[in-house]
Design a protein around this ligand. Sequence first.
Ligand code: AMP
Ligand code: GLY
Length: 427
Amino acid sequence: MNIGLIGSGGREHALCQKISESKLCSKIYCFPGNAGTSNIAKNIDVNILNFKRLLSLLKLHKVDLVVVGPEEPLVKGLVDFLDKNNVKAFGPSKFASKLEGSKAFVKQLCKLNNIPTAKFKICRKKSQVNKFLDNNKLPVVVKADGLAAGKGVIICKTKKQVLKISEEIFKGKFKSSNKLVLEEFLDGEEASYFLVVDENKFKFFGTAQDHKRVGEYDRGPNTGGMGAYSPAPIINKEIEKKIINKIVKPTLLALKRKNEPYKGFLYVGLMIKKKEPYLIEYNIRMGDPECQVILPRLKTDIVKIFINTIKNNLKKTKIIWKKKRSMTIVLCSKGYPGIYKKNKEIKNLKKINLKKDEFIYHAGTKSSENKILSSGGRVLNITALGHNFKKIRTKIFKILKNLDWKNGFFRKDIGWRVININENNRR
Ligand code: AMP
Ligand code: GLY
């Protein structure tokens, strides 16, 4: 079958690679893809939020199944639109996508269903912010309600900062919503738990830990993610049970009760504090760069998983994982997440000979006149599999050394939480 993949990041290159390994796949079209996907698929340049144009291209290329990588088209209802136009698509509906599209929606759902999460207040005006500040300790987390391209969460150490940011959000800094959520700050260890979900069943789809801050040892501003590893040893069997019973099951049941069942990948963003999981956020898609460490560990045909999810047949799908660990390090343009230069050639890329269990997933890249150029802040994801996180990281460093990209930088401490400790505590 012909498969259409929506998106252009490292997550989509990893999805594209996995889809290309499926016996069920004849041809892949990426909308719009990147320089990496162009080696295994046909890239088609299109604005992915222009649903009508997208539909006509999907029909033109006789695409049988669409897989949506990023959140924005999902939140805007791409899956509902394709369904109505008889194109099969993997991903949640517009309603279910509110799990990522509205922080206020998720917090209310948590409150109604006793789901453990940080104490919060949904605010529409300054007096509500002041009231929360009077009754809670600092730091306070300010969250824009709607999608904010990763820029909508600010951890504030002073009341002045909370008031300033709140004011900006009320005035419409983020077009998606003028509401905000104030939250108590949860101190703990963050981890991500993934599921694939259909109307009757959900299945485990890996764990990972991301590194959000730009600087070593988690310092500096937040980014889209500087590196990740899988599995996340902190999510042991005991914690997993709590995640499923206290968080996942009540959420999926609440959506079912609204006649809006969830379908697709579900990313459960957690803070683990004193062996108790708290929901920080839901994402309605695979993580980026978490996808780049989870998919290389997957043995089962991913297209079979997509088809069976759409048919509500997940129950019959056995999902099998390699007994190996994985890590990815993100090579970024110098200056990211601030201002950085684009269109810088990555000269040595073609000279790199990858061995078994080594991958380079492209993120912000494009090809031009037979050259690979950078086109974003996060440029390449260097990924490797193995049995020991430290050795995996050494393999990745070797590739980065050979790449020797003068315009880039990367965090040298990815995996610091698990290297030298916990090496034998494999899932
Ligand atoms: P979110 O988009 O909600 O995941 O927030 C982005 C990042 O902010 C998370 O990955 C956490 O590192 C941090 N964060 C969000 N909410 C909290 C909280 N209540 N306590 C501590 N850190 C938080
Ligand atoms: N790595 C964080 C995210 O995908 O949202």
